[in-house]
Design a protein around this ligand. Structure first.
Ligand code: SF4
Length: 99
């Protein structure tokens, strides 16, 4: 029997990995609920529209220094309104507590 694993990334995922390609961001303002998490986590990449509070994408192809923040914003968007394509940095490994 063939097992079909459900991918955590793919065309329908908020995060799509294409190694070797530059990071590309797309936002869906229709999905956005104006929570502001993205602007809080990655203010160099996202802002909120003063008129309706919805996301404004400041930089659809941010430099590598902003990739971790952009990735975190995409993962934390409560409306899944941010799509990440291209080179997505690997998540930070969990650190064991030093207690
Ligand atoms: S985190 Fe998501 S819902 Fe909140 S403002 Fe940004 S895109 Fe919109």
């Amino acid at each position: 029997m063939t097992r079909s694993a459900r991918a955590t990334t793919g065309p329908d995922s908020p995060v799509t990995r294409r190694e070797g390609a530059p990071m590309e961001l797309v936002v869906d303002r229709e999905r956005c609920i104006g929570a502001g998490m993205c602007a809080l986590l990655a203010p160099e990449v996202f802002d909120q529209d003063e008129a309706d509070g919805r996301v404004l994408l400041l930089d659809p192809a941010p430099p590598a220094t902003h990739h971790p923040a952009a990735r975190e914003a995409a993962h934390n968007c409560p409306a899944a309104a941010i799509t990440l394509r291209g080179r997505v940095p690997a998540p930070e490994p969990d650190r064991p507590s030093g207690d």
